[in-house]
Ligand binder design. Sequence first.
Ligand SMILES: C[S@@+](CC[C@H](N)C(=O)[O-])C[C@H]1O[C@@H](n2cnc3c(N)ncnc32)[C@H](O)[C@@H]1O
Length: 306
Amino acid sequence: MPASPSATPEHIKDVNTRYHDAAAHSYDAKWGIDFGPIGQDQVEGKLRKALDGDLPDTLGRVLEIGAGTGYFSLNLALAGRIDSLTATDISPGMLESLSKTAANLGIEVETVVTEAEVLPFDDDSFDTVIGHAVLHHIPDLDRAFSEFFRVLVPGGRIVFCGEPSRYGDRVAAAPKRIGTLAGPVWRRLVGASVLEHTEEELCDEEHSLEPEVDVHAFAPADLRKIPPGAGFEEVHVSGEEAVANLWGWSMRSMESTAVPDSIPIGWRNFAFRSYIAFQKVDTALLEPRLPAEFFYNLLLSARKPY
Ligand SMILES: C[S@@+](CC[C@H](N)C(=O)[O-])C[C@H]1O[C@@H](n2cnc3c(N)ncnc32)[C@H](O)[C@@H]1O
């Protein structure tokens, strides 16, 4: 869903770099990114689901694609699942933020600014290639998956989580609208102030580029077809988050109508904890029973043959 179907790959990559550079400083707060026990629990849960329960003690030498501020890999490192970490991203700003967080957390990481379609690494140099919420930004997925295949050792695996499903993306429009409409009542209830966008803010990088950064929402069957094209086997695609997604988008849309600093901390804690509780409901009740198509987020894993 690029803003313009005629957008060239170079334009999409340029927009992604500028948008994420501009978003880097407020990214963790906006998305409620946690580097404590909750964050670690979340990413280990995603890894377990993506690998269909076959969770190894360690992922070995890990390369992350589109690492952003480090939500996925730094939490996996904190959970003791990574031997060595190389974090890559097309946005230097996101990697700067990741490096600061890694230093604060005492995690050793090599950061490399690169796009996913051309990786500056030798053949057979990683045991696992991972990513979270990145595939839907990459214009040429076949080329990117060929690169993941090349840099993996035989028997190495790819694990990608947090990719928007086509159905989930459509369904998310409703809570987004409801959240925005409920904004004035909610602000009065919690005592938050309205966020007035100035002309200047509306023209800033982050606001103006937002509609152009996403290029795909996946049908599970289409996502399943991509890895074999590059040579992968043992492809597994599953889905997660239904109720949590509806709840999360309505909370986030209400909050986006308020000045961030005026939102009471008590509300922020409630919104975060209730979202985590709904994630648990999805994991326990819906994910084991419903097909991947039904969920907002898709998870993918595959193996390079031995
Ligand atoms: C939605 S953010 C996710 C960040 C992080 N993985 C997370 O889950 O918080 C997507 C990330 O992918 C990066 N990205 C976008 N297009 C890319 C490309 N073609 N190659 C590599 N990274 C890309 C962006 O700069 C951004 O940091």
